[in-house]
Design a protein around this ligand. Structure first.
Ligand code: ZN
Length: 215
């Protein structure tokens, strides 16, 4: 089982992408894959030693397989135009280093879709922790985004539990993010909602993973 997005450094039997939120958090665990980005909640250059060139050198490292999480969050304190500038920079790195981009989005889906369209981004874009309504899910899927679902699937009648049902199997990832749930329970619930076996679901997420990383 692949855990597509996690803030927990412990390795699991399957693949896991550990999301690094600051340089001091950069782990030495070789069994993990990493994603590196400036989260809209933590737009503090000092987390990356105040040096954008240094930050970019981390992005370029081989064990960093994806850019992010980064994105737009209209519920946090950082100014919208600053968030947009930083997000666009991450999109440019994704293109330059040929790495998929893991996106955090709160109440800014129209802007995320519009910015990616305007920037003509070819790189794979994954909205992580998706827990919004079917209409937004459809808009994202039609615009070519992948959706990664997590803990919210376990809540009865969450938006995520409905949205996953209309998400094509070749656009789905699963994750634990910063929750305490284990990835097995997320797969179990997702398979039930999708009305397929866990083994089939594992195969789909494996081939999605291979498609976006071994291009
Ligand atoms: Zn996260």
């Amino acid at each position: 089982m692949i855990d597509f997005h996690s803030h927990n450094k412990e390795s699991i039997s399957g693949k896991k992408i550990f999301n690094v939120l600051s340089y001091d958090d950069f782990p030495k665990n070789k069994n993990l894959l990493f994603s590196v980005g400036m989260h809209p909640w933590y737009l503090k250059p000092k987390l990356w030693h105040n040096d954008m060139n240094f930050f970019e050198s981390l992005v370029a490292q081989n064990n960093v397989v994806a850019i992010g999480e980064c994105g737009l969050d209209w519920m946090t304190f950082a100014k919208q135009d600053v968030q947009k500038t930083v997000f666009i920079k991450h999109l440019q790195w994704a293109e330059k280093y040929d790495k998929p981009i893991i996106i955090h989005c709160v109440k800014a889906y129209n802007e995320i879709i519009a910015i990616c369209k305007k920037a003509n981004i070819k790189q794979t874009r994954i909205i992580h922790g998706f827990n919004n309504n079917i209409k937004i899910a459809e808009q994202l899927i039609n615009a070519g985004f992948y959706l990664s679902f997590g803990e919210a699937l376990l809540e009865t009648s969450s938006n995520a539990a409905e949205a996953i049902k209309i998400t094509p199997l070749d656009k789905i990832f699963l994750e634990t993010d910063d929750s305490d749930v284990n990835i097995e329970s997320v797969y179990e619930k997702a398979a039930e909602l999708l009305n397929i076996t866990q083994q089939e679901l594992i195969q789909h997420t494996e081939s999605n993973f291979i498609r976006i990383f071994n291009k």
